[in-house]
Ligand binder design. Structure first.
Ligand code: GDP
Ligand code: MG
Length: 656
């Protein structure tokens, strides 16, 4: 397990995530050849782009060998601009590589995933990509990291340029190695490179000398500090979250990818190397002798088959083993187990802690489930997904295609937990996290179902909440089997901002109250009023029935009445989804963009002029931002762009 590195690549859309992932799988697949590049000769000019493109990287996780280490590359979702989808991946990772665009630098999605990974205590390496492109600026991007991500970036691989200013090589700031892409650097350039590498080296030394007195003393005495020693110290600081090693290159041309993989080995941790929260906090996690338990982190429909991707947390799991689902309701005997390697999969006999394998077959498993040894069923902590906020009706051109379209959409909803598909009065109602999300879903459904359909305009889902505490009490009487029976229920509703779907609590205990709580739970599941409500708790304070056996229908009537009263007393109001936006436009276009945002009721929080024009950041109701991507492009003559991401629910503002 010490030699296992499980990581994902997270990035803002278009930063080059797909390209980099392909290169990694390809490079690591071509082991023998790659080993010879380290000396920095021109061998890297070999670029079989077509062959590399042919690799399918759509598998949720791939295992490759890099030197003496095994890497498990977990594919973060293609439409990475949905924070909730990333959450599922982060849940099973031991570290991430954050990819930045060398021109655009830190983008809004970068900030979002940075925080997400940080809040889980996942170490984050950074790779600055696209340095071959005009306008790329490594130093500016590193400065931006320090500012916008509030971290201490330490470049460990720096870009080198020829005299014409073209990206021509890479330098290792720790050991001073140089990869020059074409031949050898001319002597005039070589001198400059040496000076640049020395400066980069000093920067690394400075970063660790702050924490290590012996390095400080050596640096003061002018002694060069060996690369291995620096790496060890950097790693400790990195894993403690105090600094961030930064690498760079150009994934498209396979520049810097090998050094990135070396850095993954050098800096990212093995599964149980650090104290962890979440999955690895399970008792006996990492122990191959413990009762088996694995986490299902992705269910993927591949052609006609279902692939269940699992990560083994403890024990070992193999062909012939019986498993049960942790929360019950499913079990099976493992007939086949696969390891996925880039474009193919191979059978394996067993899987050990930390490993990711595929259990093929349709077992009704879902993302977030656990599978365990029957002797020790266990429910593992699962990532939470926010409820979808935007709904669209999918209408097939021919009515007879409806079942087929519905089936494809349901399969997609299994693969993507932030997607919901309901049939409402013969309409196919699809709910997702935003316009782009639903657009992608429509594309995928078209490819999968092969039927023609139309999509309605998207509608924002509203929810209800309460602003105050409210109390309600009701009594219901009826004749039951000839005797009069009375049920009394008393409830209180309280606002609970940020809670999500309403929760029902039992404040009184006793069998009658438990029954009411169960009934209210049923109400919620049935999508009745309290089920559609958000950010509040319902506390059952009294639930009594005069009959000897609690009469459930009567209690439920009393509870419903009491709840209606309580809600009415607690100032009910509507909630609507909001988004965070970050818009970029040429500076001279900013006034028009700001005026348009004001007309949409947006709250502008920051306006800044930078390297790439004006940046306008803020928040707005999702409803007023529908179609904004297109509108912004038209008011900036195609030069503006915007990123939107979900930002929770807020009360609907009353019209003045
Ligand atoms: P993703 O959205 O993050 O998966 O980004 P892609 O991998 O699809 O890349 C987006 C675009 O950037 C594609 O057109 C790539 O060819 C291009 N690209 C990726 N890496 C590089 C690079 O290192 N240099 C240049 N010039 N283009 C790149
Ligand atoms: Mg991509």
């Amino acid at each position: 397990m010490d030699r296992l590195r499980t990581f994902g690549i997270v990035a803002h859309i278009d930063a080059g995530k797909t390209t980099l992932t392909e290169r990694i799988l390809f490079d690591a697949g071509a082991q023998g050849w790659i080993g010879s590049v380290d000396d920095g000769t021109a061998a890297m000019d070999w670029m079989p782009a077509e062959r590399a493109r042919g690799i399918s990287i759509t598998a949720a996780a791939s295992r490759v060998q890099w030197g003496r280490h095994v890497m498990q590359v977990v594919d973060t979702p293609g439409h990475i601009d949905f924070v909730a989808e990333v959450e599922r991946c982060l849940h099973v990772l031991d570290g991430v590589v954050v990819l930045l665009d060398g021109i655009r630098g830190v983008e809004s999605q970068t900030e979002a995933v940075w925080e997400q990974a940080g809040s889980r205590g996942l170490p984050r390496l950074v790779f600055v990509n696209k340095l071959d492109r005009e306008g790329a600026d490594f130093a500016a991007v590193v400065a931006e990291m320090a500012e916008r991500l509030a971290c201490r970036p330490v470049p460990v691989v720096v870009p080198l340029f020829d005299d014409a200013g073209a990206f021509a090589g890479l330098g290792d700031a720790l050991g001073g190695r140089v990869q020059w892409f074409a031949g050898k650097p001319p002597s005039a350039v070589a001198e400059r490179i040496t000076a640049e590498l020395l400066a980069a080296h000093e920067r690394v030394v400075e970063a660790v000398a702050d924490r290590d007195d012996s390095v400080f003393a050596d640096a003061l005495a002018g002694r060069r500090i060996a690369a291995d020693r620096l790496r060890r110290l950097l790693r400790a600081e990195f894993l403690a979250g105090r600094l961030v090693p930064v690498l760079c290159g150009a994934a498209l041309w396979n520049r810097g990818v090998d050094w990135l993989l070396d850095a993954v080995v050098d800096y990212l941790p093995a599964p149980v190397e650090m104290p962890r929260q979440g999955l690895w906090a399970t008792p006996d996690a990492g122990d191959p002798a413990a009762p088996f338990c694995a986490f299902v982190f992705k269910v993927q429909h591949v052609d006609a088959a279902t692939w269940n991707f699992v990560r083994v947390i403890r024990g070992s799991f193999g062909v012939g083993d019986v498993w049960v689902r942790g929360r019950g309701g499913a079990s099976g005997t493992c007939a086949t187990l696969w390891v996925v390697q880039a474009d193919r999969h191979t059978d394996v006999e067993r899987a050990e802690p930390g490993q990711i394998v595929v259990l093929p077959g349709e077992f009704a498993l879902r993302t977030g489930d656990s599978i365990c040894a029957p002797s020790a069923p266990l429910v593992l902590p699962a990532p939470k997904f926010p409820a979808p906020v935007l709904a669209m009706v999918f209408e097939p051109e021919r009515a007879e295609d409806r079942p087929r379209l519905a089936q494809s959409l349901r399969e997609l909803a299994v693969d993507d937990p932030t997607l919901r598909v309901d049939v409402d009065r013969d309409r196919l109602l699809v709910r997702g996290m935003g316009e782009l999300h639903l657009e992608i879903v429509a594309d995928l459904a078209k490819a999968r179902a092969g039927v023609a359909f139309h999509c309605s305009r998207p509608q924002v889902d509203r929810r209800e909440t309460v602003e105050w505490v409210g109390h309600g009490e009701a009594e219901v009487r009826a004749l039951v089997a000839g005797a009069e029976c009375a049920a009394v229920c008393e409830v209180e509703v309280r606002p609970a901002p940020g809670l999500g779907p309403a929760a029902v609590l039992d404040d009184v205990g006793g069998p009658a109250a438990a029954a009411v709580v169960a009934e209210l739970g049923l109400l919620a599941a049935a999508g009745l009023r309290v089920g559609a409500m958000h950010d509040l708790v319902v506390v059952v304070q009294r639930a009594e029935c005069s009959a000897r056996e609690p009469n459930l229908p009567l209690l439920e009537q009393a509870a419903t009445k009491a709840l209606e009263q309580a809600i009415a007393a607690a100032c009910p109001c509507d909630l609507e989804p909001w988004v965070v936006f970050e818009a970029w436009c040429p500076e001279e276009g900013a006034p028009v963009v700001l005026a348009d945002l004001a007309a949409r009721g947006a709250e502008v929080e920051a306006v800044a002029a930078g390297r790439l024009g004006a940046r306008v950041g803020g928040r707005a109701p999702l409803a007023s931002m529908l179609g904004y991507v297109t509108k912004l492009r038209s008011i900036t003559r195609g030069r503006g762009r915007v990123d939107l991401r979900p930002a929770g629910l807020r009360p609907v503002r009353r019209q003045a």
